[in-house]
Ligand binder design. Structure first.
Ligand SMILES: [Fe+2]
Ligand SMILES: [Fe+2]
Length: 325
């Protein structure tokens, strides 16, 4: 399938490389950094993995916003650990993307210059403590649904990074669920705060799976390359099914009265999503886009001395080792 969708190479070395690549993909095996790969495969991966890394890093901001206001020391410690995990996810993913030949510095520069994309959901504000619960439950929940199949992605470093990321995402989702559960069983005002947070984060979390299948032109190629395993709509309906069960335990509701299980298709159905809003936010016009990028830019500038010191230390260590050798 891959051969029919990509441009066909003409050079002899590329022909052999393409044939080897096609065999690996057909065997559902793994491509490693030094293997020959089609340029389009490399580009797709750099785009996808760097966008994913940027999302982890930018995604720290809406939640970090609540670290100083967490309702107890225990909640503060848990939230700090969670936000720190997201930084780690960004680092695993930047490292995986670097193995494809794009330096991390270039990816960071593209992000702070506003040239790179990240998940549109992180451009929404966190208005109450319950939002931290809703993010953990819905946003990390959607991330798990999306990312578990990526553990089998054909590009080795990406798949292996995702295995570690997914383990931590399960903890994130549980901490979010537990925050909501406690609020939902609290005072009427706390329960209402939890419901409002779920109401606001529900639709953006469904849109995290990307546009509907008939408006997602790159998905077919990504599936042919075994990067993606399921389509956006397939993953989205699965996620809805999971949330329907869990929201009952919470004693809350999902803000969508059109959710139903279709026995004929064996799939969950949900109400329409506002894709115009999704496109607006993705284009940089969401409620917090400029704030998120500005904060990221400041953090990058503030961290310049750390990078310089680390580089100087590494150079000195290297020189010392050379001297010994
Ligand atoms: Fe993460
Ligand atoms: Fe997470």
């Amino acid at each position: 399938m891959a051969q029919t969708l990509e441009s066909v190479p003409t050079d002899a070395a590329d022909l052999a490389g393409q044939a080897a690549f096609d065999r690996v993909i057909a065997a559902d095996s793994r491509i490693e950094p030094r293997d020959w790969m089609p340029e389009a495969y490399r580009k797709t991966l750099v785009r996808q993995i760097s966008q994913h890394a940027h999302s982890e890093i930018i995604g720290m901001q809406p939640e970090a916003n609540w670290i100083s206001r967490a309702p107890s020391l225990k909640r503060k410690a848990i939230l700090m650990a969670k936000v720190q995990d997201e930084a780690g996810h960004g680092l695993y993913l930047y490292s995986a993307a670097e193995t494809l030949g794009t330096p991390r510095q270039k990816m960071t520069e593209d992000l702070i210059a506003g040239k790179a994309r990240y998940s549109s959901i992180f451009n929404y504000p966190t208005l109450s403590w319950a939002d931290v619960g809703a993010i953990g439950w819905l946003v990390d929940g959607a991330a798990i649904c999306n990312q578990v199949p990526l553990c089998r992605a054909s590009y080795g470093p990406y798949g292996r990074a995702m295995v570690r990321v997914c383990k931590e995402e399960s903890f994130h989702q549980r901490q979010g669920f537990e925050i909501l559960l406690e609020l939902a069983n609290g005072t009427p005002a706390q329960k209402q705060m939890a419901q409002h947070a779920v109401n606001r984060w529900y639709a953006p979390s469904l849109m995290m799976f990307g546009p509907p299948d008939d408006d997602s032109p790159n998905s077919i190629q990504s599936m042919a390359w075994n990067i993606k395993r399921f389509s956006n709509d397939e993953l989205r309906q699965r996620f809805v099914g999971m949330m329907v069960e869990q929201v009952e335990v919470l004693g809350l509701t999902l803000p969508d009265d059109q959710i139903r299980f279709n026995d004929e298709t064996n799939k969950w159905e949900h109400g329409p999503l506002d894709w115009d809003e999704f496109k607006e936010v993705l284009a940089g016009r969401g409620p917090c886009n400029s704030q998120r990028l500005e904060r990221r830019r400041e953090a990058h500038e503030d961290g310049a001395w750390v990078r310089e010191a680390a580089a100087a230390y590494a150079a000195r260590k290297h020189a010392e080792q050379e001297g010994v050798a």
